[in-house]
Ligand binder design. Structure first.
Ligand code: ZN
Length: 289
């Protein structure tokens, strides 16, 4: 299969990644493009199969949990600070509309809503009732009519672009919005030290759910196809996903014992602690021209 970004057929690596979070008995093939270094799932996942992968009663970002909710709330506070820093919209008195695409339980929106000058909307295939003055719309992110109706100034795509089978759908959204709209796209960075340390147990794969795992250079290359935009790319912290990688490592050890994995698990807390200050995520700020 050709690389979805650069079309190369050369791979430097073939990876088989287990679904550690939901079904350790299944694994998925990923290819690492030797030209642009994109890591991508070889298989195309049909929409009907997505319903099983993101099943409401199973999938944590929709289902939540006591510890998960707590960590997500802390993380949402940090994400809000970073978003305001890059859009300078937190302090302005003017009321603005923010839309979060594939918002899950809406942790970030509920944090943003604490600023009374923001109208918050979330679109998610699993969204249900409105909470804390955030309006949730149950719909696919491909529903351009629904997106246009909301007419948001800031559109957030947080931990979602890596799930999308074809980036064309993201470019369609960007092309459909009005001039001066701002997109905030946040995604894992394949150049992170955590990927090297945790190897196949790295949470950034989230196999088979993640389609493409980018680095700064190849995501920039991908967005070259998108016209009429100003693009800024930065790195940002990712304090909690190492905990998921750590749990994945533990599951791997439980599944098949190896001394190497055991020792790695022992030293993981040291790695996680020293890795806290590293910026392992990519944030893109896209202004529509
Ligand atoms: Zn490539």
């Amino acid at each position: 299969m050709a690389c979805p970004i650069c079309n190369s057929n050369q791979y430097s690596q073939t990876l088989f990644i287990k679904d550690y979070e939901y079904n350790i008995n299944s694994s998925e093939k990923y290819l690492n493009c030797s030209s642009c270094k994109l890591i991508f799932r070889e298989r195309y996942i049909e929409e009907k199969d997505e319903e099983i992968l993101y099943e409401k009663s199973q999938y944590t970002p929709v289902k939540g949990g006591i510890i998960y909710d707590c960590l997500k709330k802390i993380n949402a506070y940090y994400e809000k600070k970073v978003i305001f820093k890059h859009t300078s919209n937190g302090k302005s008195g003017k009321k603005i509309t923010v839309l979060d695409i594939a918002c899950g339980k809406g942790y970030l929106l509920r944090e943003l809503k604490k600023n009374t000058n923001i109208n918050c909307y979330g679109i998610d295939i699993n969204a249900t009732e409105n909470i804390d003055d955030v309006k949730f719309i149950q719909s696919s992110y491909k529903n351009l009519e629904a997106l246009k109706k909301i007419n948001a100034k800031i559109i957030i795509i947080n931990n979602f672009i890596e799930h999308v089978e074809d980036l064309k759908h993201i470019f369609d959204i960007i092309n459909s919005v009005k001039k001066d709209s701002i997109f905030i796209i946040i995604t894992p960075n394949s150049d992170s030290k955590a990927r090297i340390f945790f190897k196949n147990c790295w949470s950034g794969y989230h196999a088979p759910r993640h389609k493409m795992i980018f680095n700064i250079s190849n995501i920039k290359q991908a967005f070259n196809k998108c016209k009429s935009i100003d693009l800024e790319i930065h790195k940002m912290h990712d304090p909690f996903t190492n905990i998921i990688s750590f749990i994945n490592l533990y599951k791997e050890l439980k599944n098949s014992f190896s001394l190497f994995i055991f020792l790695k698990l022992i030293i993981s807390p040291i790695f996680i602690f020293t890795n806290i200050m590293n910026k392992n995520r990519i944030i893109m700020i896209i202004k529509k021209k």
